[in-house]
Design a protein. Structure first.
Length: 155
């Protein structure tokens, strides 16, 4: 059910970025049943990195168009293993409109497709120019010092 819902939301974003309604970070996106969905992709124009400071790890997917095959591949890969991302407090943010110049785009300055993972302390932890599967993303997050500390103290 979660993968189907995630795929549906990603398809809506691909069809028309303006059609997908996203919520601020303090209001989790909800699915059709009214259930909170922490992994529903959020529009970069509607969030700031400060909203997630010490709370979550923003995973930002940039592309020059929602039709970019790399963007589509990345969204599909993220939908395949949502549990691993949830365990690591990941929130997914998308920006497929370079002309919109979102605050995230101005701050992180991507070129074309880019995958950026921001640590809970606000620093960029990982930046990749091509799609990555969840296994590789999780491995990168697990190497962050803050994540290792979380695991040690049992959070």
């Amino acid at each position: 059910m979660r993968v189907q819902l995630f795929t549906l939301i990603a398809a809506l974003l691909l069809a028309s970025p303006g059609m997908a309604q996203t919520q601020a970070a303090d209001q989790m996106p909800v699915d059709a049943d009214g259930v909170s969905d922490p992994l529903a992709p959020r529009d970069a124009r509607e969030v700031t990195l400060e909203e997630f400071l010490w709370i979550a790890r923003p995973l930002v997917v940039f592309a020059d168009s929602p039709a970019d095959p790399r963007f589509r591949d990345q969204m599909q890969m993220l939908a395949e293993r949502p549990e691993a991302l949830l365990e690591r407090d990941v929130v997914i943010i998308v920006d497929t409109d370079p002309a919109g110049q979102s605050a995230l785009r101005r701050t992180l300055r991507p070129r074309g497709f880019s995958l950026v993972i921001v640590q809970k302390d606000g620093r960029v932890g990982l930046r990749r120019p091509s799609p990555r599967d969840v296994r590789e993303i999780v491995r990168g997050i697990d190497n962050f010092a803050l994540r290792q500390e979380e695991v040690r103290i049992g959070q």
